[in-house]
Design a protein around this ligand. Structure first.
Ligand code: NIG
Ligand code: FE
Length: 411
């Protein structure tokens, strides 16, 4: 199957990730471009005048719009059972995220509702959210467990994610976030909880049924210490799961350095990162993933994105979509927030949501770029210039979503 996409106003030729520092805003833009897909892979791209001649099985007219790589949402908690809109309203009245958490809400609230739901409920509730994410341009989405907090409820969540990945026309990457918080039945006994959640039977099941690719921990005061996080990630790693870390979100804990030490694919959040942490990331292959939707949604200072880009780091962005700290499904909106809160340019944000997010999922050699041989995961946009995407806040310009060369039907 050979497809020609012609009449492309701007082809944003994002190179293979990780794209570091200054190069993030120097991505080539080809005006009046075309692109050829062969067998689901990008086979050629360049000036329309130089496009190879047919025959083609399919011709798509981009009508002067931009073409970009499909977006990669590399950090979400989108499988959950119930909203927490009440907490949203409480925060308007002055309560903080941490106060709500300490009063038994927060992650524990989502834990209670997820435990009461069936695997099938989780699939049914999550499908419309994921469909909206795809309509917003996401062609690869990472999803974490972490609201079950018992072996059975974590497995239920991971199996729901697997069913979703068999149902949806995009790729899902699954993460075991067993160490999200200590559940109430283990109050005051975090080490016992960690022993239960790294039980050999559980980790063997996750490995043998290929239920997760990554393991993640919330390393934070009130959740898990550095030493506990290391223990959790090391146990998961010995069962083939690649580490990821929720790091320096509410306080500076040293979790970024732990992420580097254990060879994590990414360290995520990083609001309280310091110079030492930036230096550690620089000397590593761990991708810094920023989640400014949280700062928009619950407040607090954002991560020092400019400083990190100036330090030549390959910064990635994600939604962190979850019912508590960031009920945002749209990476387009995240790019707008990255512009205003993080002072990232539209091109930097696009690279952060494509090539660098792909690197945070260890898929940079296959997705996230306009590169010959890469999966033809592409978006055709209704805008002639890329900066119009974050500029038109809350407007979705995605007209056509293509996954591995196939046009996805979006409702
Ligand atoms: O990435 N910080 C930990 N986990 C999530 C929030 C989870 C929740 O509030 O449900 C986060 O912000
Ligand atoms: Fe998160």
């Amino acid at each position: 199957m050979r497809t020609l996409i012609s009449n492309v106003g701007q082809l944003i030729a994002v190179p293979c990730g990780p794209v570091r520092g200054r190069s993030m805003r120097g991505v080539p833009i080809i005006d009046r471009a075309a692109l050829v897909i062969d067998d689901g892979k990008i086979a050629w791209f360049g000036n329309e005048a130089d496009a190879p001649v047919g025959p083609f099985d399919q011709a798509i007219d981009a009508a002067g719009g931009c073409v970009t790589p499909g977006l990669v949402d590399c950090h979400t908690h989108v499988v959950f059972a119930a909203d927490r809109a009440g907490e949203f309203v409480q925060r308007i009245g002055g309560a903080s995220y941490v106060e709500i958490m300490q009063a038994g809400g927060g992650i524990r609230s989502s834990m209670r509702t997820l435990r009461a739901a069936t695997e099938n409920d989780l699939v049914t509730l999550s499908l419309p959210r994921l469909r909206r994410m795809i309509a917003g341009g996401a062609t690869t989405i990472e999803i974490k467990s972490g609201y079950g907090l018992t072996p059975a409820d974590e497995l239920k969540t991971l199996r729901a994610i697997r069913t979703l990945s068999e149902t949806l026309p995009v790729e899902l990457a699954s993460t075991f976030l067993g160490a999200h918080t200590v559940p109430p039945e283990f109050d005051g006994r975090p080490d016992d909880y960690l022993a239960a959640i790294t039980d050999v039977d559980l980790l063997s099941t996750i490995r043998d049924e290929r239920l997760a690719e990554f393991a993640d921990v919330f390393c934070e005061r009130g959740a898990f210490t550095i030493e506990q996080s290391r223990r959790f990630l090391t146990a998961c790693k010995s069962f083939g799961l690649t580490p990821k870390v929720h790091a320096e979100q509410i306080t500076r804990s040293g979790a970024t350095k732990l992420a580097v030490e254990v060879g994590a694919a990414s360290a995520d959040h990083l609001e309280f990162i310091n110079d030492e942490d930036i230096a550690a990331l620089k000397a590593s292959e761990t991708i810094p993933v920023l989640l400014p939707g949280c700062n928009f949604f619950i407040g607090g200072d954002p991560a020092p994105a400019r400083k990190m880009i100036d330090a030549d780091l390959p910064v990635a962005l994600a939604t962190d979509c979850n019912p508590g700290s960031c009920m945002i499904e749209s990476l387009g909106l995240i790019m707008s927030i990255a512009a205003t809160l993080l002072k990232m340019t539209p091109l930097e944000s696009l690279v952060a949501c494509t090539a660098n997010a792909a690197a945070a999922l260890r898929r940079e050699n296959r997705i996230g770029a306009i590169a010959v041989g890469h999966d033809a995961d592409l978006l055709i946009l209704d805008i002639p210039r890329i900066e119009l995407w974050p500029y038109r806040v809350g407007v979705n310009p995605v007209r056509t979503v293509i996954k591995c060369g196939k046009v996805i039907e979006i409702a």
